[in-house]
Design a protein around this ligand. Structure first.
Ligand code: SD4
Length: 340
C-alpha cells in the first residue's frame, strides 16, 4: 500500500525539490528545479484564485510563496489559514455561524495534485486551523477524512491547540436565532423546487498552480448556520467542495452544500475541463446538471485550469454579490460572478 507522504516529500528521503521534479515534471527529471523555466510544460503558474470577498487578502498571502518558487500546497494552506484566523469573518473559522445548539464546527479539505492525495476534516470541534488539520490527515495518516471529536483528538495529537470556537458574535447570533423560536431550515426535508433557503454560509476556497506546475486546491468553512449538530457539508468531500487533477486544473464549490454534494460538481467541472471545456463552460454545465434535476439552490463554482485560465458561474444568490479573485504575474483582479 502506498505510504502517505510525510510533509509531502520526506517519505522516501527525497528532498522537496527532488519530489517536485520527480513527480510533476517527469520528462524533465534530470534538470535541476532551479533551471526549470516557468511554465516549462505549458502550465500557467504561478497563479492563485480564491472565492468570495476575502479573495484579495488570501491571494496576497499566497502570492509571495508562489512567487519565490514555493509549493502550491503551502500557498493554499497559508491563504486559507489567513481567512480562518480573521477575527471578524463570520462564515469561516472560529467565531462563526453556530449550529442549532450554538456550537461552531468546521469542515475543510486539501487536495494535492501531484499525488492526487487528499486530507479532510468534517465537523471539527474546538480547533481553529481546520485546513492545517486536514493537511495533517493527508500527510500523517493513510486516511482521507476524519470527523467530529475524533478529528479534535487527532488534531491535538498533532500539536494543535484545543480552544473554544465561539466568540461574542457567534453567541449573539445563536441567542437571537433561538429567541425567534424558529425551527432551523435544516429541518426542511426537501430541497427540490422552492423551499426555505439555508441561512447564511460562505466557504473560503483557494486553488493554485505553482512555478513547477503543481496544482493544489483547498477549502474551509463553518458550514451553514444553525445546521443540525453533526452535519458535515460538501467542503470536505472530494469532488464536491473541491477537486483537482494535476493534468487538468481545479475547481471549488460554495453555496448550499447539502444539495451540491449530491452531484460532485467540482469533479464534474474538472472532468469537463479535461474534455476541453473552458473553466466557465465547465462550471456552468456542472451547475446546470443540478438545476436540471429540479433543484433551486444558491451556489457557485469557480474553476482554474493548469494553463491559468479561470472562470466561474453562480446559481441563485439574487441579492448576494459572489466574486472570486485572481493573482498572477500580470496583476490582481476581483471578478464578479455571472449567473449560470
Ligand atoms: C456548506 N458549502 O457547508 C458550504 C457552505 C458554503 O457558501 O460554501 N456556503 O454547505
Amino acid at each position: 500500500m502506498m505510504k502517505k507522504q510525510v510533509d509531502i516529500c520526506s517519505a522516501s528521503g527525497m528532498s522537496r525539490r527532488d519530489f517536485v521534479v520527480g513527480t510533476t515534471a517527469a520528462a524533465l527529471a534530470a534538470v535541476p528545479l532551479s533551471a526549470l523555466p516557468q511554465g516549462a510544460d505549458g502550465h500557467g503558474g504561478p497563479v492563485v484564485v480564491t472565492t468570495w470577498d476575502f479573495g484579495p487578502g488570501a491571494n496576497a498571502v499566497a502570492w509571495p510563496i508562489l512567487q519565490k518558487g514555493g509549493l502550491a500546497i503551502d500557498a493554499v494552506e497559508a491563504a486559507i489559514n489567513h481567512v480562518e484566523l480573521l477575527p471578524d469573518e463570520f462564515y469561516v473559522g472560529f467565531g462563526g455561524s453556530p449550529n442549532s445548539i450554538g456550537e461552531t464546527t468546521l469542515d475543510a479539505m486539501i487536495m494535492w495534485g501531484p499525488t492526487h492525495d487528499v486530507g479532510s476534516v468534517g465537523c471539527l470541534k474546538r480547533v481553529k486551523r481546520a485546513i492545517s488539520v486536514a493537511r495533517k490527515v493527508m500527510e500523517k495518516t493513510q486516511h482521507t477524512l476524519i470527523v467530529g471529536d475524533d478529528a479534535t483528538r487527532f488534531a491535538v495529537a498533532m500539536g494543535f491547540e484545543e480552544t473554544s470556537l465561539s466568540n461574542l458574535a457567534s453567541q449573539k447570533a445563536w441567542e437571537e436565532w433561538i429567541a425567534k423560536g424558529e425551527k432551523s431550515t435544516a429541518w426542511d426535508p426537501e430541497r427540490i423546487g422552492e423551499g426555505r433557503k439555508p441561512e447564511g454560509h460562505d466557504t473560503t476556497g483557494t486553488m493554485a498552480v505553482d512555478t513547477h506546475g503543481n496544482v493544489c486546491v483547498g477549502c474551509s468553512t463553518n458550514g451553514r448556520s444553525y445546521k443540525l449538530p453533526g452535519r458535515v457539508g460538501d467542503s470536505p468531500i472530494t469532488g464536491a467542495g473541491a477537486y483537482c487533477d494535476n493534468e487538468v486544473g481545479a475547481a471549488i464549490a460554495t453555496g448550499d452544500g447539502d444539495v451540491m454534494m449530491r452531484f460532485l460538481p467540482t469533479y464534474h467541472t474538472v472532468e469537463l475541463m479535461r474534455a476541453g471545456a473552458s473553466p466557465e463552460e465547465a462550471a456552468r454545465a456542472a451547475i446546470k446538471r443540478i438545476t436540471g434535476k429540479g433543484y433551486s439552490f444558491d451556489g457557485g463554482i469557480v474553476a482554474l485550469n493548469r494553463k491559468g485560465e479561470h472562470g466561474a458561474v453562480k446559481q441563485g444568490w439574487e441579492d448576494t454579490a459572489f466574486s472570486y479573485s485572481v493573482k498572477n504575474g500580470s496583476g490582481a483582479e476581483k471578478l464578479p460572478v455571472k449567473k449560470a
